[in-house]
Design a binder for this molecule. Structure first.
Ligand SMILES: Nc1ncnc2c1ncn2[C@@H]1O[C@H](COP(=O)(O)OP(=O)(O)O)[C@@H](O)[C@H]1O
Ligand SMILES: [Mg+2]
Length: 367
């Protein structure tokens, strides 16, 4: 196939996240002092393996940067961009991956994935983490088959709010809080089903690498997890600043998913028309299963406008216990404090200003 035809074929499939069959490292493959044991998980941006640390004789997890849409593994085992024009994006994604590793390595919180080591090799990069025995919250909620209790959800959110709060203190934002990035640890030896165990969540990957790659492949819906990403994370929304409230939105979206059985509507759709029922209305199960303050806190965190949400994890935490007057209904939508001027209004303003300028000019001329 000539380069042009190959490029066209690539174009056709570019919007489909895909991974070449067998592009992951095989069991027994040696990387530094680690030996790959098995593939644990495949995301759009990486492969995660269980591996053996032969020096310290312990099991670890290793994440390899391998963005499915941009990269391929060559026959010699190295990884690189599929097409020359992907090079710049591939490199930027790689830089994001290394930054994420560096950042995670600097934190030490039981609910934030720990990075022990990272390095570049084979044209790509690797990070070594503790191997966590667990399943993602996404699968957990699916296996549970019914909305969890408020007690359970509070036990889940406490450590997550603490971990995110600790990050925010260092001016770091996770930006990818979603059910598939929360790993629920469980104790295999404990009696009963793992679904009954007290939640012990660990926050996995940051959104750093995927943001960069998103620019390259325009997979905005894939990168910005529909339903979990607030409006300030969308392209072209630079006017709205990201901050702790960005993670507040995503965490509340996770809680909303848990109580309502489905994720919130996409925040972009909600800007145009917000007909998403508030958690207070969408919560499943008998009335009173969830306290008014807990549901009101979720709804407050899910307000479309960043400035209308609780601004910090501590503020969200406080809201969860704040009394809610029964007659004060939480706003379902997120009405703007001052609605943004419409295009027509802007045009009118320009026309009026132009007329004023013309009048002043005429006055100056005839004076
Ligand atoms: N330290 C770990 N221990 C065990 N499993 C992990 C670990 N890190 C990641 N995984 C598994 O790999 C999957 C993808 O990991 P993640 O960090 O979310 O990568 P991606 O950037 O590709 O989304 C997770 O959903 C989880 O199942
Ligand atoms: Mg992930």
């Amino acid at each position: 196939m000539d380069d042009d035809a190959r490029e066209r074929a690539e174009q056709r499939t570019l919007l489909m996240p895909r991974r070449d069959q067998g592009s992951e490292l095989r069991p027994g493959h040696a990387l530094q002092e680690f030996v790959i044991d098995k593939l644990l998980g495949v995301g759009g941006y990486s492969c995660v393996y269980r591996a053996r640390d032969t020096r310290l004789d312990r099991t670890v997890a290793i994440k390899e940067y391998l963005p499915a849409t941009l990269a391929a593994r060559h026959p010699d085992g190295s990884v690189g961009p599929r097409l020359p024009r992907f090079q710049a994006f591939y490199d930027k994604g790689l830089e994001g991956f290394l930054n994420e590793a560096r950042l995670l390595g600097s934190f030490d919180h039981p609910s934030l994935v720990k990075v022990w080591r990272f390095w570049s090799e084979n044209g790509t990069a690797y990070m070594v983490m503790p191997f966590y025995e667990g399943i993602t919250l996404k699968k957990w909620l699916h296996d549970l088959g019914a909305p969890p209790s408020e007690r359970w959800l509070r036990d889940l959110s406490e450590p997550l709010m603490a971990a995110l709060g600790a990050m925010h203190e260092q001016r770091c934002y996770h930006r990818d809080v979603a059910p598939d990035n929360i790993l629920m640890l469980y104790d295999r030896a404990a009696p009963g089903s793992y679904l009954e165990q007290r939640p012990r969540p660990v926050l996995l990957d940051f959104g750093a690498a995927r943001r960069v790659i998103g620019d390259a492949t325009q997979q905005l819906t894939a990168i910005l997890k529909s339903g979990y990403s607030p409006v300030e994370q969308y392209e072209g929304e630079e006017s709205l600043r990201q901050g702790p409230w960005t993670d507040v939105y995503a965490l509340c979206a996770v809680l909303y998913t848990a109580v309502a059985g489905k994720p919130p509507s996409s925040s972009v759709a909600r800007v145009v028309r917000d007909d998403m029922p508030p958690a207070a209305q969408a919560a499943q199960g008998p009335r009173g299963r969830y306290s008014a303050s807990f549901l009101a806190a979720i709804d407050a965190g899910l307000r479309v406008r960043p400035e209308q949400r609780p601004q910090t994890m501590a503020a969200l935490r406080a809201l969860m216990d704040a009394p809610v007057a029964p007659h004060v209904a939480m706003p379902a939508a997120a009405p703007g404090a001052a609605p943004a001027p419409s295009r027509a209004q802007l045009w009118w303003a320009i026309v009026v200003l132009a007329m004023l300028a013309a009048a002043v000019a005429a006055w100056l001329l005839v004076r």
